[in-house]
Design a protein around this ligand. Structure first.
Ligand SMILES: Nc1ncnc2c1ncn2[C@@H]1O[C@H](COP(=O)(O)OP(=O)(O)O)[C@@H](O)[C@H]1O
Ligand SMILES: O=P(O)(O)OC[C@H]1O[C@@](CO)(OP(=O)(O)O)[C@@H](O)[C@@H]1O
Length: 880
């Protein structure tokens, strides 16, 4: 066996001379060689005397003969080697279960992807080669006083070292990562002796003192470590801990400041730090930067990364490349199916308590933005995700390129990776510009869906799947397919193609043919026998909104159930419900409904059952469903819930139903609650929710409530509907139909009368988000009044007196709301009149007083706090 390991060195492998006269031949065509060609050297390669005093016997025979490397002065006097391209060894140090292999795999992916040929040498793999199939190397094997174990481990060590050296002396090898515990000074001296004068070397030591992290690490490791295959969790855990103990007995952390090292101290917890000692140069610098980001993701194993190309575009249909064309019909179908495909796959966090939040990243091109528009998650646009630029070939078909530019065509066929379109880009260029995107993806602990393009996604996939650079331009990234990447504990990824089911596509096509749809989630409905009501949720909620939606949905159902109604919920409701976390519910005093949802979810009940359970719990309780949305983390969330609550209460018209209390019990003050929270009034959900409450409260008999209907904020191209939050239809009262027609919105047109619902503050008018909201409320109510007035016959059931009372009641309600609002805003200048009946000729600029020196609520709404700042606010309008 030993002979086999040593095969490379014993098969006559010729080492180059190490005197500087004959450097290893370098791969002239190394990818990105032109870009990263700067010679990288540590400024100072001298090492401490202590490190040079190598114990006899530590040195391999052939080493001793090939060069007098035990002779300290010989090493120091040796003229510096000036290789064309510096060769590196990265030496890992640390106890078992500290993320060494994870880090190795990540660094390997990163450096290879940047064109620095890198290989990972895991001594453990060599060690395992020595044992029989069913033999277990138990903790005893790792005892520092076990001669058999020591011998076997040394054999593995030398075999790995030989292979490492062979690799680095070869033409291709640039960086070797030596993955072993290397926990003693003696071992590190041996390595230094091996590498000194031949390669640049640096140590990466991973230290972790967080017991919780370690326990989790050990469990993960047990799941994939070949050492424990077939052994039960408890038994393997206990043996692994015993093994670690053996290592701890002899562990000497690096403390020699003469060495070149990077120490990662509790970095994975997010509270740790890095100790960077004597590191300089381009590549080591990049490694430091990379580790700084990637360490944080070390614990994010529950997350998913999804990649998808945009739906088929007009150009795709015509086989034209590049351009900025909109989606073709089939692409639109895919866009509509995508949310459901994704929501089916939302992972729960490690504790199985809530779903891991999702962000959607698109390019700045129309086809990706359109593809992402129905996705109920915050969105971020990256210029760097734009498709490879085809330069002068942009807009042509491949056939046309072959005819018009045959040489270009042939050149690309020959070397697709390096070929650069005239005035355009090569795949290598794309890889280079994607680096910040990759770093950001590594930093993120949440799920990310990248809606991108063929070439760009090939590059991203190539990185995560550690594909050889040369293979990247031909990786399979088909249209209408979701690519799912699942992190493994060792830093590699599992990968799966998920096709759009033909049934889903057929249904969506049929739906589109049938006319405007509220969205892909039309299956959700809440209905009440007494007060028919249909809410077709098409939520487009951000990470926090979704949790509130769960409350809104459950509360809605709680109200409806006692009325003899029935409640069903969609997968999306379920996803929302499972998004609760106990920590959130604690900090926001969320009701027992939410807690019920959580506890059921943790017991493995399906999400829809969870919601149903929560609803029943709420409905059967004498207690009101109480929540304090004002304390919620997210500015938009309470408003959505409040709006829903208000709308539902008004719709049912049943004040004796379980009280639904969002801080204030009466529906007509819902809007006050919302604004009191300082919610972002410019956000679609907030405005829509407030408007919903206000509109419903005005006793309109039939109202479509378009949540977020016109608030795309520029986020939708090509007349596309914005990222809307909720589309609902609230038929109110008995004479609903024919009451002048609904204030309707449909995804197909995407348009409400401008300035009616959710219009943005008017530019340059001094109007604030709050004041523009009041303008909208005012206008909606006026419009309703006008429409209802014009419908004399339909109004015959209501007497004039009733109308008067209604108006009074309404007025007092809205007045209360406005008063509350004013007090909260501490802005007495806020005019009640404006909210109630301000004539149109009092232009919004009259509201400027509110913005001047006052609280411009809208400005605050986007900043949800540190980490959220760099993502879109759900309206698809933000960009990188
Ligand atoms: N910087 C880090 N510190 C601690 N644990 C980490 C770090 N990075 C990753 N991990 C986690 O450590 C666990 C064990 O990782 P592994 O690489 O197998 O450890 P080792 O090679 O040190 O035995 C993995 O679940 C991984 O996610
Ligand atoms: O590198 P190749 O294989 O040409 O693939 C990249 C091409 O894919 C296309 C489609 O052919 O991407 P996309 O679908 O984003 O439009 C072209 O625009 C782009 O030039």
């Amino acid at each position: 066996m030993y002979e086999i390991w040593r095969s490379r060195s014993s098969l006559g492998f010729q080492r180059p001379k190490l005197d500087g006269t004959q450097s290893p031949v370098l791969e002239a065509s190394t990818p990105l060689g032109r870009i990263h060609s700067a010679t990288v050297n540590f400024k100072d390669i001298s090492i401490g005397p202590e490190a040079l005093e190598l114990a006899d016997g530590d040195i391999e025979e052939d080493d001793r003969h090939s060069e007098d490397s035990t002779n300290k002065s010989a090493i120091l006097l040796k003229p510096p080697r000036v290789p064309h391209r510096t060769k590196y060894v990265i030496i890992l140090v640390g106890l078992p279960g500290r993320g060494k292999t994870f880090l190795c795999n990540k660094i390997k992916c990163y450096l290879n992807w940047l064109g620095h040929h890198t290989r990972h040498f895991n001594v453990g793999s060599y060690r395992r080669l020595q044992k029989g199939d069913h033999e277990v190397q138990t903790a005893e094997f790792f005892d520092a006083h076990n001669p058999m174990g020591i011998e076997a481990r040394n054999r593995a060590l030398y075999a790995a070292l030989d292979d490492l050296q062979s690799y680095l002396f070869s033409d291709i090898g640039q960086v070797a990562i030596f993955d072993a515990t290397n926990t003693t000074m003696e071992r590190r001296r041996l390595l230094i002796h091996r590498f000194h004068g031949r390669f640049q070397y640096l140590f990466i030591e991973s230290i972790c003192t967080d017991e919780k992290v370690l326990e989790q690490n050990y469990r993960f490791k047990m799941q994939y470590s070949p050492d424990y295959q077939g052994m039960g969790m408890q038994q393997s855990l206990s043996d692994f801990k015993a093994r670690i103990h053996k290592y701890e007995e002899v562990y000497e952390p690096i403390n020699d400041r003469n060495l070149h090292y990077i120490k990662l101290i509790d970095m994975v917890t997010g509270r740790g730090h890095m100790d960077v000692n004597r590191i300089s140069g381009y590549l080591p610098g990049k490694i430091v930067f990379f580790l700084m980001q990637v360490c944080k993701a070390g614990m994010a194993q529950a997350r998913r990364i999804w990649l998808t190309r945009h739906g088929q575009s007009e150009y795709n249909l015509k086989h034209r490349i590049g351009g900025n064309s909109p989606l073709a019909p089939a692409g639109e179908v895919y866009a509509r199916c995508l949310p459901e495909m994704l929501i089916d796959r939302l992972p729960l966090n490690e504790e199985q308590q809530f779903s891991v939040p999702v962000s959607v990243w698109t390019s700045t091109l129309c086809r990706t933005i359109q593809t992402a528009r129905y996705l109920p998650f915050p969105k971020l646009r990256w210029k760097a995700l734009d498709e490879i630029q085809a330069g002068t070939c942009d807009g042509l078909t491949y056939e046309e390129i072959a005819q018009r530019f045959p040489e270009e065509f042939a050149a690309r066929q020959k070397d697709k990776l390096r070929y650069r379109y005239p005035a355009g880009e090569s795949y290598l260029d794309v890889i280079q510009r994607l680096e910040p995107v990759i770093i950001e993806m590594e930093r993120e602990k949440e799920c990310i869906l990248v809606v991108g393009h063929q070439a760009v996604l090939r590059a991203v996939l190539g990185y995560f799947m550690a594909k050889p650079l040369e293979s990247i331009p031909t990786l399979d990234v088909p249209l209408h397919t979701l690519l799912e990447l699942r992190p493994r504990p060792d830093g590699t990824m599992d990968f799966e193609y998920i096709d759009l089911s033909p049934e889903a596509a057929a249904i969506m096509e049929a739906n589109i043919a049938a006319g405007p749809q509220p969205g892909p989630f039309s299956s959700g409905s809440f209905s009440s026998a007494q007060s028919p009501m249909l809410l077709s949720p098409m939520f487009s909620m951000g990470r926090h909104d979704s949790t509130v939606m769960a409350v809104a949905a459950t509360a809605a159902m709680a109200i409806l159930t006692p009325l003899g109604g029935s409640a069903t919920c969609t997968a999306l409701d379920a996803a929302s419900a499972t998004a609760w976390s106990p920590s959130k519910s604690k900090s926001s005093s969320l009701p027992f409904v939410a807690d019920a949802a959580v506890s059921d979810a943790t017991e493995g009940v399906t999400p829809s059952e969870t919601v149903a359970t929560a609803v029943i719990a709420a409905a059967e309780s004498d207690k009101p469903v109480v929540t304090s949305p004002t304390k919620s983390h997210h500015s938009r969330a309470p408003s959505l819930a409040a709006g829903m609550g208000g709308a539902v209460m008004s719709a049912t018209g049943n004040s004796s139903s379980p009280s639904f209390n969002f801080g204030i019990s009466a529906p007509d003050v819902v809007s006050a609650t919302v604004v009191a929270d300082g919610s972002g009034l410019e956000s679609p959900s907030t405005r829509s929710a407030v408007l919903a409450a206000a509109v419903v409260d005005s006793r309109a008999r039939k109202v479509h409530v378009p949540f977020g209907a016109t608030m795309g904020g520029g986020g939708s191209e090509g007349g596309a509907p914005p990222d809307l939050l909720l589309a609902g239809q609230l038929p109110l009262g008995s004479g609903g139909a024919g009451s002048g027609g609904p204030l309707s919105w449909s995804p197909a047109t995407g348009a409400l009368p401008r300035g009616m619902l959710g219009s943005a503050p008017r530019a340059g008018s001094g109007e604030t988000a709050a004041s523009s909201l009041f303008r909208d409320i005012h206008q909606v109510r006026r419009m309703l009044a006008v429409e209802t007035d014009g419908e004399g016959e339909d109004k015959e059931t209501a007497s004039a007196d009733e109308d008067g009372n209604e108006a009074e009641r309404l007025e007092s309600g809205v007045e209360k709301a406005a008063r509350k609002l004013s007090s909260v805003l501490e802005e007495p200048a806020l005019s009640l009149n404006y909210l109630l009946d301000k004539p149109d000729d009092q232009s919004p600029s009259g509201m400027a007083c509110m913005g001047e020196g006052g609280t411009d609520i809208g400005d605050d709404s986007g900043s949800v706090g540190g980490e959220d700042d760099n993502v879109g606010d759900g309206d698809g309008a933000s960009s990188s």
